[in-house]
Design a protein around this ligand. Structure first.
Ligand SMILES: Cc1cc2nc3c(=O)[nH]c(=O)nc-3n(C[C@H](O)[C@H](O)[C@H](O)COP(=O)(O)OP(=O)(O)OC[C@H]3O[C@@H](n4cnc5c(N)ncnc54)[C@H](O)[C@@H]3O)c2cc1C
Ligand code: SF4
Ligand code: SF4
Length: 653
C-alpha cells in the first residue's frame, strides 16, 4: 500500500519523514488514488500543495517540469504569471543541472511570492504554492543540488500534467468550461461554441437538458451562487444557430476504404461516438431500431423541454460528417450482432440504452388493462405522434425526472386531473428541484409517502389503484430513508389510467446466446471503466446500457472515451485511451472541487435567472417552457462572474 512520505495537500500537513515506512499514513486515507494508468504514483504537485510518496523522487526536477507546464498554459494576460513561470522554470533548470547558487533560492522565493500575489487568475495565484512549500520543507534537496553532490538527471521520471478547474472536473465530458465562459465574456460566441463542439455536437441539447453537475462543483457556489454554466452553453449554441455559424464548416467525409465502425443505437452515446470517429476518418454506420434517431432525446424527453428543431439540427451535424444512420433496423432481429463482422465492420460500439419499463411489483401490472401504460412507452408513443388513451384522470408513479416528464406531458395533453404517487417524501425526490416546482405550478397533485398495491379494473380497463401509505424507516443502500408500508392504511385512488415511471431496464435480446459479452448483476453490459471495452475484442459499449439509467452528458462522456479507445484499437490492436483522459479520470477520483478552497472574490453577485414562459401559457401545448438568456448583455454579465479558477496538476510516476 502506498504511504505518504510528505503531504501539504489542501493545507493539511502530514510529515512522515521521521517515521519508518509502516508508521506512515496510507495515501488512500487522503483520498488520493495511488495508481495512475497501472503505474505507482511517486508524487503529485499541484494547486493545493505537494504530495510525496517516494522519498527518492527528484522534487526540484519535478517542480521545474511543473513550471514549464504553467508557462505553457498561462494565458499571458498578466505578466507575473507568464514571465514569472518562465523565470522560475529556468532557475529550477539551472539548479537541476548543478549550476545553481544560494542566490537562486532567495530569488525563487521572491518570484514565487510575486507571481502568487500579483497574478490575475487562479492559475498564477495557486501555481507557486508547491514551490514555496518545497523551499521551506525540502531545503536540503535544493542544497544537495547546489553543492553539485546530487545533480541527478530527471530523465527517469514520467510526468503527466493536466490543466483543469473544479467545474471542468465536475462535467463528465470535461468540457473546457473556463475557456468557453471567457469567450462568452469577450462576446466571441462562435469560439465558445467551438470549445463545446470539441466534445459533442449536442451543445444546444445539453444547454437545455443537462443536469449540470459542473455547477455543483463551481467555486462560486459557497460564496454566492454557481455560474449558470448550462445556460451560457445554450446561449452560445442558439446564437450560433441564429447566425448560421455552421454554414462554412468544412466537413470531411471518410476516405474510400477507411475502416468501418458499426454503432448500435442513435441516442446521445451512439451519435457522439459517431461524431468523434467520423472526424478521425472512420466510415461509421449507426443502426437504429426506431424510425427516428436521437434515442431518449427524441422519444423520451418531451419537446417542451427540448424542441426538436434544436435536436434535429445537431443530429444533422453528425450526418454531415458522412455518418450513415439506418433507422427501422433492430440489431438482433433485422441483423444479428455477429453479422456485422461478416459485413466488414472492424469495431462495434453498443449504445442501445434502456427502453423497457422496470416492474413495480404490484398486483395487476402484467394484466394488460387498457389505460395501463408504462412511462417510456407513453412518452415514446407521444413523441412519435401516436395517441395515448388517458381519459380524464391519470396516476403517474415515481419521483424522478421521467415521472415528471410523464405527468407534465399529461397536463399538456389535456388530462383534467394528474396525480403523482411517490413512496418517499418530497425531500427524497430524485427529480430536479426546478422540475418539481414547475410540476406543482402546473397543477399536478402530489401524493407523497404512498405506494400502489393493486391496479383496479372494470371491463378490462383501468378504473383506479389501491394504494398504501408509507412511513420512512432507516436509510437504505442509496442513503435515503427506506419507505415502509403502514398496515391498515390502504386507500383507493380513482383514475382512468396509470403510468408507472419508476425506472428502466435494458432489452438484451440482441446479444446472441453464445456471446462472450459479460453482464453485470444489474442487467447492464460490463466494460472496462477507462476504455469502455467489453470482454469481446473490438466491441465497446457506452451510455445507459453500461451505467443504468443515468444522464445525457454521462452517455456522451463514455462515447468520447470509447471513440478514443476504438481509434487506438484499430491502429494498434490495443484498446487504450490517451494521457488527458487518464489524468481526467484520476482527478475525478481525487476531486478538484473543495468547498474550503474558495478563491478570493470581490462583491456578492447572484446569478441571473432565465426567462420562463408563464404557467397558463406553457400548459396549453408543447412549446418550449424555459427560455434561457435572450440578450448578449445578460450572458456577458453572467460570464463576468466567473473567476477562472484554473488548477494545474502534475503527477510524477
Ligand atoms: C423521459 C426521460 C427524460 C430524461 N431526461 C433527462 C434529462 O433531462 N437530462 C439528462 O441528462 N438525462 C435525461 N434522461 C436520461 C437520458 O436520456 C439517457 O441517459 C440518455 O439518453 C442515454 O443515452 P444512450 O445513448 O445510452 O441511450 P438512448 O438515448 O436510450 O438511445 C439508445 C438508442 O438505441 C436504440 N436501440 C436499442 N436497442 C437497439 C437495437 N437492438 N438495435 C438498434 N437500435 C437499438 C434505441 O431505440 C435508442 O434510440 C432522461 C431519460 C428519459 C427516459
Ligand atoms: S467560477 Fe468559473 S472557473 Fe471557477 S468553478 Fe465556477 S465556472 Fe468554473
Ligand atoms: S455538459 Fe453539462 S456538465 Fe458539462 S459543462 Fe455543460 S452543463 Fe456542465
Amino acid at each position: 500500500m502506498a504511504k505518504v512520505f510528505f503531504s501539504s495537500w489542501n493545507g493539511k500537513f502530514i510529515d512522515g519523514r521521521k517515521n519508518i515506512l509502516e508508521e506512515r499514513l496510507d495515501l488512500q486515507q487522503l483520498d488520493i488514488p495511488s495508481q495512475l494508468d497501472g503505474k505507482e504514483l511517486r508524487a503529485f504537485i499541484g494547486w493545493a500543495g505537494l504530495i510525496i510518496v517516494d522519498p527518492e523522487v527528484n522534487l526540484v526536477a519535478a517542480l521545474k517540469e511543473y513550471f514549464r507546464f504553467v508557462q505553457k498554459e498561462s494565458c499571458g494576460r498578466c505578466i507575473p504569471c507568464r514571465i514569472g513561470s518562465k523565470v522560475i522554470a529556468d532557475r529550477l533548470e539551472k539548479i537541476v543541472e548543478g549550476n545553481g547558487t544560494e542566490d537562486d533560492l532567495s530569488y525563487l522565493r521572491e518570484i514565487g511570492k510575486l507571481v502568487k500575489e500579483s497574478s490575475l487568475c487562479e492559475l498564477g495565484m495557486s501555481a507557486p504554492l508547491p514551490l514555496l512549500q518545497a523551499l521551506d520543507e525540502f531545503k536540503e534537496d535544493f542544497y544537495a543540488l547546489l553543492s553539485g553532490a546530487n545533480a541527478v538527471s530527471d530523465r527517469e521520471l514520467v510526468y503527466h500534467p493536466i490543466l483543469t478547474a473544479p467545474c471542468r472536473n465536475g462535467c463528465p465530458a470535461h468540457i473546457d468550461i473556463p475557456r468557453y465562459i471567457e469567450y462568452i465574456r469577450e462576446g466571441s460566441y462562435e469560439k465558445a461554441l467551438a470549445v463545446n463542439r470539441e466534445k459533442t455536437p449536442l451543445v444546444g441539447t445539453l444547454g437545455r437538458v443537462c443536469v449540470h453537475p459542473c455547477e455543483s462543483n463551481c467555486n462560486r457556489q459557497p460564496y454566492d451562487q454557481a455560474i449558470s454554466i448550462r445556460l451560457l452553453k445554450r446561449f452560445a449554441a442558439d446564437f450560433g444557430r441564429k447566425n448560421d455559424y455552421d454554414r462554412q464548416t468544412n466537413y470531411s467525409i471518410a476516405a474510400k476504404g477507411a475502416d468501418r465502425v458499426a454503432i448500435i443505437g442513435a441516442g446521445p452515446a451512439g451519435l457522439n461516438a459517431a461524431y468523434q470517429l467520423a472526424q478521425k476518418g472512420y466510415a461509421v454506420t449507426i443502426y437504429e431500431a426506431l424510425p427516428v434517431p436521437g434515442g431518449m432525446l427524441t422519444v423520451g424527453i418531451p419537446s417542451y423541454r427540448l424542441p426538436r428543431d434544436i435536436l434535429n439540427a445537431e443530429i444533422d451535424l453528425v450526418k454531415k460528417l458522412g455518418v450513415e444512420i439506418i433507422c427501422n433496423t433492430r440489431i438482433g432481429t433485422d441483423i444479428i450482432l455477429d453479422q456485422l463482422w461478416a459485413d466488414g465492420y472492424r469495431a462495434i460500439f453498443i449504445a442501445s440504452g434502456l427502453h423497457e419499463s422496470a416492474a413495480m411489483g404490484c398486483e395487476g401490472e402484467d394484466a394488460c388493462y387498457n389505460g395501463f401504460i408504462p412511462g417510456v412507452d407513453f412518452l415514446r408513443k407521444m413523441n412519435l405522434g401516436e395517441k395515448n388513451e388517458l381519459g380524464d384522470s391519470v396516476a403517474v408513479i415515481g419521483g424522478g425526472n421521467v415521472a415528471m416528464d410523464c405527468a407534465r406531458s399529461a397536463v399538456r395533453l389535456g388530462v383534467n386531473e394528474v396525480n403523482l404517487i411517490y413512496r418517499r417524501s418530497k425531500k427524497e425526490m430524485p427529480a430536479n428541484a426546478d422540475e418539481i416546482t414547475a410540476a406543482e405550478e402546473e397543477g399536478i397533485k402530489f401524493h407523497f409517502l404512498s405506494n400502489p398495491v393493486c391496479i383496479l379494473e372494470e371491463g378490462g380497463s383501468v378504473s383506479g389503484m389501491e394504494c398504501i401509505r408509507m412511513e420512512l424507516g432507516e436509510p437504505d443502500a442509496s442513503g435515503r430513508r427506506r419507505p415502509v408500508p403502514m398496515d391498515g392504511s390502504e386507500f383507493i385512488l380513482r383514475v382512468d389510467s396509470v403510468i408507472p415511471a419508476i425506472g428502466q431496464v435494458a432489452d438484451l435480446n440482441f446479444i446472441p446466446k453464445n456471446s462472450k459479452l459479460k453482464l453485470t448483476k444489474r442487467g447492464t453490459l460490463e466494460v472496462d471503466a477507462e476504455t469502455m471495452a467489453t470482454a469481446v475484442p473490438g466491441i465497446f459499449a457506452g451510455g445507459d446500457i453500461v451505467f443504468g439509467a443515468r444522464t445525457v452528458i454521462e452517455a456522451i462522456a463514455s462515447a468520447n472515451r470509447a471513440a478514443e479507445a476504438i481509434d487506438n484499437y484499430l491502429r494498434s490492436g490495443r484498446s487504450t485511451v490517451g494521457n488527458r483522459l487518464i489524468m481526467e479520470k484520476y482527478l475525478e477520483e481525487m476531486g478538484v472541487y473543495d468547498e474550503a478552497m474558495v478563491p478570493e472574490m470581490v462583491g456578492e453577485r447572484k446569478r441571473l435567472e432565465e426567462e420562463v414562459r408563464p404557467t397558463e401559457e406553457r400548459i396549453q401545448g408543447f412549446d418550449e417552457a424555459d427560455l434561457g438568456f435572450e440578450h448578449p448583455s445578460a450572458v456577458i454579465s453572467e460570464a463576468g462572474r466567473c473567476v477562472k479558477c484554473l488548477r494545474l496538476g502534475l503527477a510524477v510516476l
